[in-house]
Design a protein around this ligand. Structure first.
Ligand code: FBP
Length: 552
């Protein structure tokens, strides 16, 4: 083997593990089908909206003849939404599958997310390009974007690109919103008799695109391992100097899967779980008081340091903040022109006083001005507030500091409190995919080709049995409409893929809840260290704790 001097070069040569069921001649891989499926809720509306693609059956890859896999095809691929480690390997697996079927088949990569499709802006992949990106992090092979395909003009532009390039298939690699795009496009193409099949691939570090048939979204494993390494490092620093409390916000737009997984990996003093905050209807004041109680208790033992993990989406789950954000989203969408004409913060505040309910305005007014302004920042193209831009970690550290001062004044012992705030998000989204993500993504991409070769449209590529060695993984397709419901977006009801939030009755949360009181007071940190790519399988190929607890 050629000697290699760095990880980047060494990773190009890594051969992702493919499940046994996807190995062998592609013309000998067919699909078996289960029963017709139903949407998670709002069945009637969804059936009407997806007249051609609603209710398709589950598909499972199995041995059987499929000579169509050898046909020459032309497919396109899009990376959509936030980066997640392994996206390049999905494209590599798809490319290798397509080429295995027919050396003359072509794969186009639409640049910059869905907008590349609308603008017919693409590159044609070849071996040289693909080989430079094998097993690497990032989405830079073609770039990503968050354009939502929603207007009639956008659908017409997508159809035009599909027809112009004679695309047999389009693979959309994305999260819940991007796969909602995939479902809508599949339906549109079927309605307009456009031959392009649409297949989605479950991506998002947030881990919230999952269900009984999608065990995890790719990128979650690597991102959590990266953040856990950093949290472990901070824990050791805190335990060495014994003088700082670290408030660490962790990415994950809505769900707290990342925070929970990192807590299981590192055993911090406190980890807030948004879904629990919502279930308990905990106010900002109650959350602050709970943190202060732990700080004061640890101070009694001379431990004036600690770690608090905060899920990125927390503010949307605190009841008074949730109502505030919902009102803001609606009002800012419905009175867009009026709101955009306002220039300074004071003008905006006056407008909010007139447009929000009194309790929401009060919640807004009680926030530090710099943080309140972040609540008014531009929404993403799907109408969501960009929670990664709200400094929740600072909000909590400030609130805790203020409250501790009040407690001291009232004669309580609280020790010394000095804090640092951190936000771990972008640091983990483009890391070199762990072996798990490298293997999983390659398999998802390869499997997407098998679904295409078997004529499917409106399906999500699904690889399962993931806690077992890769050769035992199974593969198939899950109908996109099966994961949908109707939700309020931009001021009206829209079909969307339902996000999977942390289940308070689920095994990962229960495991955390059974330990957290001990971790709060007694320093119990774990130090997972950096992701290992070469070495014993039990160290290098281990999936996330969440997956192991959920699937075992
Ligand atoms: P996806 O759902 O598209 O995978 O993106 C998730 C995410 O990484 C969130 O965790 C975060 O809130 C958001 O993207 C940040 O978005 P942006 O990259 O546009 O700043």
């Amino acid at each position: 083997m050629k000697s290699v001097s760095d990880l980047q070069t060494a990773r190009y040569a890594y051969k992702p593990k493919l499940p046994a069921v996807l190995n062998g001649a592609v013309e000998k891989l067919s699909l078996g089908f289960g029963k017709k499926t139903e949407a998670v809720s709002d069945k009637k509306e969804l059936k009407e909206l997806f007249a051609h693609t609603y209710g398709k059956p589950l598909a499972q890859v199995q041995k059987g003849k499929n000579p169509a896999a050898l046909n020459k095809i032309k497919a396109g691929v899009i990376l959509s939404g936030g980066q997640a480690p392994g996206g390049h390997n999905v494209i590599c697996g798809l490319y290798d599958g397509i080429k295995k079927g027919n050396e003359d088949s072509v794969l186009l990569g639409f640049k910059g997310g869905p907008s590349g499709l609308l603008e017919n802006d693409f590159i044609k992949f070849n071996d040289k390009i693909i080989d430079e990106y094998r097993n690497t992090g990032g989405f830079d092979i073609i770039g990503s974007g968050r354009t939502k395909i929603e207007t009639p003009e956008q659908y017409a532009a997508a159809a035009e690109t599909a027809k112009k390039n004679k695309l047999d298939a389009l693979v959309i690699i994305g999260g819940d919103d991007s796969n909602t795009n995939a479902a809508l496009l599949a339906e549109y193409f079927e309605t307009h008799k456009i031959k392009t099949q649409v297949i989605g691939v479950p991506k998002t570090i947030d881990g919230d695109l999952k269900n009984a048939l999608i065990e995890t979204s790719f990128g979650f494993d690597t991102a959590c391992k990266t953040y856990s390494e950093l949290i472990g490092n901070l824990a050791r620093d805190a335990n060495s100097a014994k003088k700082y409390w670290h408030f660490i916000k962790l990415m994950g737009r809505s769900a707290s899967h990342i925070a929970l997984e990192c807590a299981l990996q590192t055993q911090p003093n406190i980890c807030l779980i948004s879904e629990e905050v919502e279930a308990n209807k905990s106010t900002l004041r109650q959350i602050t008081d709970d943190i202060c109680a732990v700080i004061a208790k640890r101070a009694e033992g001379g431990e004036n340091f600690g770690l608090v993990l905060i899920p990125e989406g927390l503010v949307e789950f605190i009841p008074e903040m949730k109502t505030l954000i919902a009102e803001l989203n609606d009002k800012m969408a419905l009175k867009k022109d009026e709101f955009e004409a306002l220039h300074d913060f004071e003008q905006k505040k006056a407008w909010l006083r007139a447009n929000l309910s009194p309790q929401s305005f009060n919640a807004f007014d009680a926030l530090p001005a710099a943080i309140a302004a972040q609540f008014l920042a531009d929404r993403d193209p799907h109408g969501n507030v960009q929670v990664s831009r709200i400094d929740t970690e600072k909000l909590l550290a400030l609130a805790v500091e203020k409250r501790l001062a009040e407690m001291k004044k009232a004669g309580n012992y609280c020790g010394k409190f000095s804090s640092y705030t951190h936000f771990f998000g972008y640091e983990g989204r483009c890391a070199f995919p762990s072996n798990f993500d490298a293997d999983y993504c390659y398999s998802l991409g390869f499997n997407a080709f098998i679904l295409i070769a078997n004529g499917l449209t409106g399906y999500l590529s699904s690889v399962r049995n993931l806690v077992k060695p890769a050769k035992e993984w199974t593969a198939g397709g899950v109908p996109l409409t099966m994961m949908m419901n109707m939700e309020q977006r931009h001021g009206s009801k829209k079909p969307v893929i339902k996000k999977a939030l942390v289940e308070l009755k689920g095994k990962p949360f229960k495991k955390f809840a059974s330990q957290r009181e001990k971790w709060a007071i007694k320093t119990s940190y774990l130090f997972p260290g950096a992701i290992q790519y070469f070495g014993p399988s039990e160290v290098c190929d281990r999936p996330s704790k969440t997956l192991m607890l959920e699937q075992n």
